[in-house]
Write a protein that binds this ligand. Structure first.
Ligand code: GLV
Ligand code: GLV
Length: 328
């Protein structure tokens, strides 16, 4: 029997389906693992379902006998893909199912920052609400404003679709421009990154973390954003220079909404002290239905692989490759 390590308990009953055919070890951790903890968990495992915070580095991978890593996330920057591929380890993710949940959360952050929802809640609880006032908690109206979407993949497009009925103008940037009919249906105008930053009232990040996007939104770019604009990040923390963002939040930006952090799970102390930021604990896909479906998908990729099929959600970098060893 093949051994499958599941690095945390997952919602729903999906993992139970594996029990008939595989020897399953689930680790009931309440945090992401460091390399040495992860190595203990992956010892002897032929396959694994892993979390986005589990560091599947070269150092870890070379000491395992894994044949497949089924990452319980759409992002897989926690895995050394080059080395996994070289070693013939299949890598799968959970795209599509979490698109709407993540776009919903992005919009929740946009509205929370623009209309100062969290700050207003604290104000009210502290007993500071003394009556309706014309200038109490003035925020940013969405109608007529420009939303700049960086990374127009599945999630970026789902955010665009939500912005249309709010009366926002949509601009986007992407490595490969969308075809005209898609631009038309999303009412989205293509710009370069630097143009987008200059014209957007709200900038939202939906690119994966790669060598090309690490530090993409650095100090100069942050300060090239419109004065009084808003930055939203539900992608990966390392895309943004957090320290520069903190400086900009004091003098230049209206606010920021963050679901992810540069040194996750550590949150910059300066951010914790600011009123014009909304800080979430990486919950972009955290709808119950979504998380249960993600578990179904992670499990189905493991099953397909060990039945000798190509796993349906093999990552794009490995699509079309027949690199797998001892699958059967
Ligand atoms: C969440 O951040 C994911 O990559 O699924
Ligand atoms: C707001 O509550 C209004 O009545 O304008």
């Amino acid at each position: 029997m093949k051994k499958i390590a599941v690095t945390a308990s997952l919602p729903g009953g999906a993992v139970d389906k594996l029990k008939e055919k595989f020897c399953i070890k689930t680790f009931k951790q309440k945090k992401c693992l460091n390399e040495s903890e992860l190595l203990k968990v992956l010892k002897d495992a032929d396959g694994a379902i892993t979390l986005l915070g589990d560091p599947l580095t070269k150092n870890v991978l070379e000491k395992t006998k894994l044949q497949i890593i089924s990452n319980y996330a759409v992002g897989y920057n926690n895995i050394d893909i080059g080395f996994a591929t070289e070693k013939g380890i299949a890598v799968t993710n959970t795209p599509d199912v979490l698109t709407d949940a993540t776009a919903d959360l992005t919009f929740a952050l946009i509205l929370s920052v623009a209309r100062r929802i969290v700050e207003s809640d604290h104000f009210t609880r502290k007993g500071k609400f003394k009556g309706w006032l014309p200038e109490l908690m003035l925020g940013v109206d969405l109608r007529g404003k420009t939303l700049g979407i960086i990374g127009m993949g599945r999630i970026g497009k789902a955010v665009a679709r939500r912005a249309i009925p709010f009366g926002m103008k949509i601009v986007y940037t992407k490595r490969k421009r969308l075809i005209e009919s898609e631009e038309n249906s999303l009412k989205a105008t293509f710009l370069t990154l630097d143009e987008l930053l200059k014209v957007s009232d709200i900038v939202t990040l939906h690119c994966p973390l790669t060598k090309d996007t690490e530090g993409l939104i650095g100090r100069e770019r942050i300060f090239s954003m419109k004065k009084g604009s808003i930055l939203i990040n539900t992608s990966r923390g390392k895309v943004v220079d957090e320290d520069a963002l903190c400086d900009a939040l004091k003098t230049h930006l209206f606010g920021a909404g963050l679901d992810v952090y540069e040194k996750e799970p550590i949150v910059n102390n300066r951010l914790l002290k600011m009123k014009n930021v909304v800080l979430l604990p990486h919950i972009g896909s955290a709808g119950r239905d979504t998380r249960e479906e993600m578990a179904e998908i992670a499990v189905s990729n493991i099953i397909a692989f060990f039945e000798g099929r190509v796993p349906p959600d093999l990552i794009p970098e490995q699509k079309g490759m027949t690199l797998f060893r001892g699958q059967k």
